[in-house]
Ligand binder design. Structure first.
Ligand SMILES: Cc1cc2nc3c(=O)[nH]c(=O)nc-3n(C[C@H](O)[C@H](O)[C@H](O)COP(=O)(O)OP(=O)(O)OC[C@H]3O[C@@H](n4cnc5c(N)ncnc54)[C@H](O)[C@@H]3O)c2cc1C
Length: 493
C-alpha cells in the first residue's frame, strides 16, 4: 500500500478530511486536478456549527482574523436573527472560502498530509483489500490505497466512475456574482433587494472590495460557459437600475439552483463527501459548511477502521448519518428558490413568512437548521443528548479551567464524567477512549432541537463532538455504545 487513503480534491471538504485523518495518524495523499490553488473567494461565510467544529480542532482562532461576525443569517434573503442561539458563536462569520482553504491546507500539511496539484483522478479499480487510483498529470501513475474519498466537487469524476446516481431537480434560475471595486458604492450593504426578474445584493467583504450578486429567474444559463464582465454588468443593471460604477473585476462566477444528491455515499472502498455528494442553490450559505461536517463525520470512522479497532460496518453509518442531513438542505434550498421568485404572489408569500419569523419558535427552528446546530444522529441511546452535538460548557478539570470542545483537540473519543458522579468504567477501551473528570457550574444545558436538559453525570463524546451516549444515573448501555462506535473491547485479562 502506498498510502492508506487517497482524497480526490483539495477543496474545503478534502482538506478538512486530510487534517482529520492525519490527526488520527492515518497516511493520506490529496490529489487535485488544478495546477495550483486558485485563491478564488467563492463562499462568503460559515455558520455556528462549522465554527464549533473548527474550534474543536483549534482551527477557528486562525480563521477569525480573516472574518467578520454578522449577527444574522437568512432564508431566501429574509433575515433570521441568530443572536440568542445556545452556542459561543451566535452569528454568521463572513469569511471567504479562499481564507478557509488556506488555513485548512496549512493545518493538513503541517500534520503531514501531502497535496499533489495537477493530479486529476482518471480512474480506479477496487478489490477486497484496496483500491488502485489512476492519477493523470506530469507525475501521474497509479496509487494503491485502502480507501478513496471523492471530495472532487459537484462534477465529481469519482462519483461518475463509481456509477453512483445523482438525481434531483434541474436549475430554474441563474445567479451571477462578481468581486469588483465600485466608484459609486451604496451607503450601506444591500441584501436581496428585489427588482424586475430577480434580486441583487451589494456586500462590502474586504477593504475596497464588493461582492455584487444578481439572481434572475427569467433565464437558465449554461454553467459551463464563463460569464463575461460586460454581460454581468448588463444583467445587474437590468435588475438594480444602476451598476454602482463597478470596475476591475477580480472574480466572476455563476451558479444555479439545481439540487442533486448522490443516491449512495459509498461504493465498496470508495466514498463521496461535500459537493461531490450533494449540490444545491447556495442560498443560506450551507454547502461548504456541510462538506466540512461530512469530513468530520467520516474522518474518525475511517481512522478507527484503518487502525483495526472497529469493523468495516462502522463506515456505513457515515451515509446513514450524513445523507439525511444533505437531503434536508436540498429541501430547504428548493423552498428558498420558490420564495425568491419575482412577482406579487411571491412578494405576498415573503411578507407572510417574514411575519412568521417574528415568532421565536419559528425563527429558532429555521435558524438552528441553517446553522446546523440541531442535527441529531441515531445513536440508539435514549438520553436526550444522545446523537446531538455536546454543548461547549465551561469546565474545571485536573488541568484547570477549560471547556468541552477543547477536549476534542486531539480528535479522540472522550468519556466525560461530571460533577462528582461515578466515573463509568471504559476497561477494554482505555487505548482508544480518554476519561476526563470535571466539574461544570451549570445545572442545565440548552440543547438545540431539544430544549433544556439536566447536565448529565457522564457523556461519551465522539471525535466529531456528538454524544454517543449519556446518562444521569447508571451506566447502562455504555458498553454497547463503546463497541458500536469504537469497536470491540481489548481485554487484557
Ligand atoms: C456563489 C456561491 C456562494 C457560496 N456561498 C457559500 C457560503 O456562504 N457558505 C457555504 O457553506 N457554502 C457556500 N457555497 C458553496 C461552497 O462553495 C461549496 O459547497 C464548497 O466549495 C464545496 O467544497 P468541496 O471541497 O466539497 O468542493 P470544491 O470546493 O468544489 O472542491 C473540489 C476540488 O476537487 C478538484 N477536482 C475536481 N475534479 C477532480 C479530479 N478528477 N481529481 C482530483 N481533483 C479534482 C477541484 O479542482 C477542486 O479543487 C457557495 C457556492 C457558490 C457558488
Amino acid at each position: 500500500m502506498e498510502t492508506q487513503v487517497v482524497i480526490a480534491g483539495a477543496g474545503p471538504t478534502g482538506l478538512m478530511l486530510a487534517g482529520e485523518l492525519r490527526l488520527a495518524g492515518i497516511d493520506v495523499i490529496v490529489v487535485d486536478a488544478l495546477p495550483a490553488r486558485t485563491g478564488e473567494s467563492r463562499a462568503g461565510g460559515i455558520h455556528a456549527r462549522t465554527m464549533e467544529v473548527f474550534d474543536q480542532r483549534g482551527l477557528l482562532e486562525r480563521m477569525l482574523p480573516h472574518g467578520r461576525p454578522i449577527q444574522a443569517g437568512h432564508l431566501a434573503g429574509l433575515r433570521l436573527d441568530f443572536s440568542d442561539f445556545p452556542t459561543r458563536y451566535p452569528h454568521t462569520l463572513a469569511i471567504v472560502q479562499a481564507d478557509i482553504e488556506r488555513e485548512l491546507d496549512q493545518h493538513a500539511t503541517s500534520l503531514g498530509a501531502s497535496v499533489r496539484w495537477a493530479s486529476p483522478v482518471l480512474g480506479f479499480r477496487q478489490d477486497a483489500t484496496g483500491v488502485d487510483v489512476e492519477i493523470g498529470g506530469p507525475d501521474g501513475g497509479w496509487i494503491r490505497a485502502a480507501y478513496l474519498v471523492g471530495c472532487d466537487g459537484g462534477r465529481s469524476a469519482v462519483r461518475k466512475l463509481a456509477g453512483i446516481g445523482f438525481d434531483g431537480t434541474d436549475a430554474t434560475m441563474t445567479g451571477m456574482l462578481a468581486d469588483v471595486e465600485l466608484t459609486d458604492p451604496p451607503a450601506g450593504p444591500l441584501f436581496s433587494q428585489r427588482g424586475g426578474p430577480g434580486d441583487f445584493s451589494v456586500l462590502g467583504f474586504q477593504e475596497g472590495w464588493y461582492r455584487l450578486i444578481v439572481q434572475r429567474h427569467d433565464r437558465v444559463l449554461d454553467r459551463a460557459v464563463e460569464p463575461g464582465f460586460e454581460a454581468f454588468r448588463e444583467s445587474f443593471r437590468e435588475v438594480a437600475g444602476t451598476d454602482f460604477g463597478m470596475h476591475s473585476p477580480r472574480w466572476l462566477s455563476q451558479y444555479g439552483d439545481a439540487a442533486r444528491q448522490a443516491d449512495r455515499y459509498r461504493e465498496g472502498r470508495v466514498f463521496l463527501a461535500g459537493d461531490a455528494a450533494h449540490i444545491h442553490y447556495p442560498a443560506g450559505g450551507q454547502g461548504l459548511n456541510m462538506g466540512v461536517q461530512d469530513a468530520v463525520n467520516l474522518g474518525w470512522k475511517l481512522a478507527t477502521v484503518l487502525r483495526g479497532e472497529a469493523y468495516d460496518d462502522l463506515l456505513d453509518s457515515y451515509a446513514s448519518e450524513r445523507h439525511p442531513v444533505a437531503a434536508r438542505v436540498l429541501h430547504n434550498t428548493r423552498a428558498q428558490t420558490a420564495l425568491s421568485r419575482p412577482g406579487p404572489h411571491s412578494d405576498a408569500l415573503r411578507e407572510l413568512v417574514a411575519g412568521l419569523f417574528g415568532i421565536d419558535d419559528v425563527r429558532r427552528r429555521l435558524g438552528l437548521m441553517i446553522a446546523a446546530l440541531d442535527i441529531c444522529y441515531d445513536t440508539k441511546s435514549d438520553h436526550p443528548l444522545a446523537g446531538r452535538r455536546v454543548p461547549d460548557a465551561d469546565l474545571v478539570t485536573a488541568d484547570g479551567a477549560g471547556r468541552v470542545h477543547r477536549l476534542l483537540a486531539a480528535g479522540r473519543p472522550i468519556l466525560l464524567a461530571l460533577n462528582g458522579g461515578d466515573v463509568p468504567s471504559v476497561e477494554g477501551w482505555t487505548d482508544r477512549v480518554d476519561c476526563v473528570t470535571a466539574t461544570c457550574a451549570d445545572d442545565r444545558w440548552t440543547v438545540p432541537g431539544v430544549g433544556e436538559i439536566s447536565v448529565p453525570a457522564a457523556v461519551l463524546i465522539r471525535p466529531d463532538g456528538h454524544a454517543a451516549w449519556a446518562t444521569n444515573g447508571p451506566d447502562d448501555g455504555l458498553t454497547d455504545a463503546l463497541s458500536t462506535w469504537f469497536g470491540p473491547a481489548h481485554l487484557t485479562t
